[in-house]
Design a protein around this ligand. Structure first.
Ligand code: HEC
Length: 116
C-alpha cells in the first residue's frame, strides 16, 4: 500500500493552515492594542470605528489615544462628542480634516474616542 499521496496532501494542508493563521495574526488591526482595550471593543459595534481609528488616527494619537510625539492624547479629552465631530470635519492646526469620512463614521469615531 502506498500512502505517499495522502501524506503529501496532509503536508500541504498543514502548511496552508499555518500560512492562514500567520496572515490573520499579522493583518489584525488590533494587534498592537492592550488586551483590555481589545476585550472592550472587539465584539462590539465599535469594531468599524476602531478600524477607522487605527487606519486614520493611531499614527498620530497612538493605538489607544495615549498621544505621541507632537500630537496630544485623545484619551480623556475635554472636548465633547460634538466638538470632536467638528474637529474631524474641519481639522485644526497640524491635524488634517477628515471630511472624506461620512457623518456616521465621524459620529462613531467620536464616540469611540470618548470611550478610550
Ligand atoms: C497628522 C497627525 C494627526 C492625525 C492623523 C490625527 N490627528 Fe487629531 N490631532 C493632531 C494634532 C496636532 C492635534 C492638536 C490640534 C491643535 O489643537 O492645534 C490634534 C487634536 C485632536 C483632538 C483634540 C484633543 C484635545 O483634547 O485637545 C482630538 C479629539 C483628535 N485630534 C482626534 C483625532 C481623530 C479621531 C483622528 C482620526 C480620525 C485624528 N485626530 C487624526 C494630529 C493628528
Amino acid at each position: 500500500m502506498d500512502n505517499k499521496p495522502a501524506l503529501v496532501f496532509v503536508g500541504f494542508m498543514l502548511i496552508a493552515i499555518i500560512v492562514i493563521v500567520v496572515y490573520l495574526i499579522y493583518t489584525d488591526p488590533f494587534r498592537n492594542m492592550p488586551q483590555h482595550t481589545r476585550n472592550n471593543h472587539f465584539q462590539s459595534p465599535n469594531r468599524e470605528a476602531l478600524i477607522l481609528y487605527s487606519e486614520n488616527c493611531a499614527t498620530c494619537h497612538g493605538a489607544t489615544g495615549e498621544g505621541k510625539d507632537k500630537c496630544p492624547p485623545v484619551r480623556n479629552t475635554r472636548l465633547s462628542e460634538a466638538q470632536i465631530q467638528q474637529l474631524l470635519r474641519n481639522g485644526k492646526g497640524k491635524m488634517p480634516s477628515f471630511s472624506r469620512l461620512d457623518s456616521e463614521q465621524i459620529i462613531n469615531i467620536s464616540r469611540l474616542v470618548k470611550q478610550f
